[in-house]
Design a protein around this ligand. Sequence first.
Ligand SMILES: C[S@@+](CC[C@H](N)C(=O)[O-])C[C@H]1O[C@@H](n2cnc3c(N)ncnc32)[C@H](O)[C@@H]1O
Length: 588
Amino acid sequence: MPAPVGFVRKLRALQRIVRPAGARAVALALLLKLAKKVAPELSMPRYRCAYPKHAQKSIDSIADFLAKHPLEEAAYFLSCVYAVLCDPTERRELAMYFTPPKLARHIIEGVQLQTSTFCEQRFLDPACGGAAFLLPVATILRDSLRKRGVPPRELVRIVNRQIAGVEKDATLAELCRQFIRIALADELTACRQELGEIVTIGDALECFTRKKLAPVNILLCNPPYRKISANELAWYRQRFPEVIAGQPNLYTMFMRAASGLVVPGGLIALLTPTSYFSGPTYERIRAHYTRHCGILRIDLIHERDNLFLGVEHDVAALLARRRLTPAPRQAPAVFAWNEVGGWASLGAVELPRDEGPWHLPRDVTSADALVKSKRQCASLQDYGYKARVGVYVWNRDKRRVRKARPKGRDRKIAVPVVWATHIGQDGRFRFVSRTHKEKRARFILLRPGDRRGVIERDCVLIQRTSSRAQRRRLVAAAPRRGFAKRHGGFVGENHIIILEPILDRPLVPRHMLTRLLNSEFIRDLYSTTTGTTAVTTAGLRALPLPDPRLLKELVGRRHSLKQAIRTAFGARTTNKHSNMDDAKATAP
Ligand SMILES: C[S@@+](CC[C@H](N)C(=O)[O-])C[C@H]1O[C@@H](n2cnc3c(N)ncnc32)[C@H](O)[C@@H]1O
């Protein structure tokens, strides 16, 4: 749900006037204005809302905007206002990015399908933010209880007993509780009974490890996500040793806690990045879930579909049921969000029952390809290439650098440095430096007897990082034939990956491999098998590729590369995204 342009403009204007210290005051002022408009009879707390006088107009205008929206949407936008006004470091630290109401409702509906007694269950969101999950759950409960004619006092008591949240940020915790109060305004005013605390302010992981949270039947959560820093690691390692490997992401600790916070048979619905689908860092959390839960459903949302304000990676909603014994089979139903068609079913996908990677399709086309690729697929190695990361790190490498190829004695020991920006988005390689940093180090002088990281053969180059702004995740290019030989080799900068031939004649020539990697189809498969925006050598090694001989033969028979990839993978009809295929980009 992209935010309406008008709202974003108002928010940006407010951000220019209000400092992070005023974020709470503005959020609470907006809350009071919203409550006054949608639930005028509800008594609200008296907050101290000190914000700059000249912010009044913007605040009034946002308040009008909020009042025009249904409560769940207003709550979402108000939480976003608060998060945007907060200090950006704090926002990142807590991951204040909220679940859009449409997605939260979809996740809750998935849960409803798994239980016939939804309204009798106890619910917990251990990172409840602006009530993205707790508010709709409270509304569903309220409506069902009203329908049954339950008196207001009893209704408030039931909501008190069945809904709980934890939130580290005190303002969000307050907003969350007040949004639920607004939803129950009629009952609260009719029975003059107050809603309980509902939301505990604090660190949910700490509460979990100290056993301060009672297990519930249904846990819903969009946990905070960020890399755990090196100095925090010891704390987490002590408390979550069974899921820590390497330097994991915070959300996996919440995943671990979630499985301990539901009773056996209880349901866990988690909206998280997809990075845990693959890679050694997440082996333990995958193993934990496949051993202790039945994975029922996975909804995939690709970052290009832009459902979240400010999120730059693929996310997935996982629905699992806690089990006391391992499930005999893990075959969740997989769905993918598509802006045009809504949720598309990709069928049931068999997952490994151990720590193995979860290879999930991205869309209908890659679903076919993936099924086939599981049975027969080739790897980069079968193609005759190995992947290695460029060794040159500009601020660490002590070797001397030059702006141009030197003359005289140094000429023989100078080799070019290839930077990520030399690999064009259009799939072409251009040895043209743009930034000061790159211009300063166009050439590096090798030390006697030290040819560390020097590439001497014709190869294919790939950018190692990518972002949402980038059209394609895999961006590959092949330097002109003889580039390495002519210069006596070259050194790759640390943000590129070099695919070097390991055979005298690789099965697939460089230009074909470049186009293959640049094709949207393979890019989608790459995302499917890795789930991160980063391009890694491990990800490239695990990338399923079509049979190289068949691919070459099909291209030789005048199939376009796009057709050849699909035929080689046995994929069926295309969808909107895959139609945009294919490497318009070409290599020299
Ligand atoms: C990704 S947001 C999701 C919020 C909300 N559940 C939603 O879906 O919109 C994560 C929330 O967790 C909160 N948070 C971060 N670390 C936390 C912790 N250790 N314990 C409890 N809440 C935390 C943040 O303040 C933020 O509101």
